[in-house]
Design a protein around this ligand. Sequence first.
Ligand code: NAP
Length: 246
Amino acid sequence: MRKTLLITGASAGIGAATALKAAQAGYDLALNYHSNKAGAEAVAVQARAAGARVILCPGDVADPDAIAGIYTQVDEEFGRLDALVNNAGVVDLIARVTDFTHDRLRRMFDINVIGAILVAKEAVLRMQAQGGGGVIVNVSSIAAKLGAANSFVDYAASKGAIDTFTKGLSDEVAPQGIRVNAVRPGIIETDIHAKSGAPERVGEIGPTAPMRRSGHADEVADAILYLLSDQASFITGTLLDVTGGR
Ligand code: NAP
């Protein structure tokens, strides 16, 4: 039987690359996006061409009602959930901590932390009810370790929360055969940098990694697909850095 996978933030970047590789690997897909409907539809067309059954589940993961709507679609269309890639995330304009506003911090933590935790909660409830285990991969960032001083300390802190959540949740659900891991990408060539008003970051910071380059969304997707797979059957609570050595 084909496995069902929900990917949040699947309209672009790492989420889109993961969707295409997952379709090729035999998953049926629930693809969440927030604003980029055209991007999500383009991913869906390619995933269907690779043989996947695909549903689009629009919704802002910062909104609990929207998360309920996403899962209503998953329940009605697939009736089960085997895997989750908790990928939706945002940065913000480059700023120092002394410039942060309450609104900025609320948005960052509502999307990157509270949204991700609530999305994972709903996945775990379904996996527990089904029996037979399940897999969750959270998309953190190496910023959680590095701190991102003078650019996005708030983003780094939000991903630090995801690292801790990954370990704690993995311990809670391991007895039910549910594995929970995270990938921590370094500088990856996606639109997230332009969205933070700094498209030049990839060219500037990428070459400072030990491997002297930035990464591609496909390279992160490969790590995610590995953690989803049975090849990672004894791996849980782990943070896998995909950074070119950073
Ligand atoms: P991206 O190209 O900007 O894609 C972000 C995705 O998240 C989009 O599909 C976007 O959907 C979705 N999204 C944003 N806010 C959302 C919300 N409130 N509700 C639902 N979906 C939302 O960025 P990316 O680089 O692929 O980033 C994916 C993940 O990797 C993020 O968690 C990011 O923090 C992490 N990461 C990226 C890098 C990097 O260098 N690129 C490094 C470390 C970690 P819409 O466009 O439809 O709104």
